[in-house]
Design a protein around this ligand. Structure first.
Ligand code: GTP
Ligand code: MG
Length: 138
């Protein structure tokens, strides 16, 4: 089985949507094997999203990610990386398929409720960014 990093973003924690979002993951067969609620500093958000540092929206993105608590979690299951992104829906909620998290809950392309790792290598790096091996409890 595969593992992926998921983040419930500030727009969703502010609106008290963490349970509804996690119900979608669990209904899709993904298991939450690690989970914590934290508030990122701007510096931590910049480090996490360093791959986007040259993008015009980098400042907006990192300030948003540090603007309220997030829930960081590890999802486990068969094909978890792709399955998570399927349940999340397209980055821009206007393009997201019906029934996906972003179609139902996201407010805009920036404030889009969830993050999910996009490949096995980034999943490994992103899980290690937030969790130690001791915190992963399958
Ligand atoms: P993540 O799972 O968060 O990585 O989303 P993604 O893989 O669907 O999108 P991508 O990696 O391309 O972009 C990362 C994040 O940057 C997005 O989820 C958005 O929060 C933000 N973002 C992307 N495009 C824009 C944009 O045009 N404007 C703003 N403000 N934010 C954007
Ligand atoms: Mg991405």
């Amino acid at each position: 089985t595969e593992r992926t990093l998921s983040i419930i973003k500030p727009d969703a924690t502010r609106r008290n949507l963490t349970g509804k979002i996690n119900a979608k993951f669990e209904d899709a067969g993904l298991r939450i094997v690690a989970q914590k609620r934290i508030q990122l500093t701007i510096a931590q958000a910049q480090q996490f999203y360093a791959v986007h540092s040259e993008r015009p929206f980098f400042g907006e993105l990192t300030e948003f990610m540090a603007s309220a608590p997030v829930v960081v979690q590890v999802l486990e299951g068969e094909g978890a990386i792709a399955k998570n992104r399927e349940v999340m829906g397209a980055t821009n909620p206007a393009d997201a398929a019906a029934g996906t998290i972003r179609a139902e809950f996201a407010e805009s392309v920036g404030e889009n409720s969830v993050h999910g790792s996009d490949a096995p290598e980034t999943a490994r790096e992103e899980i290690a960014f937030f969790f130690s091996g001791l915190e992963l409890v399958g």
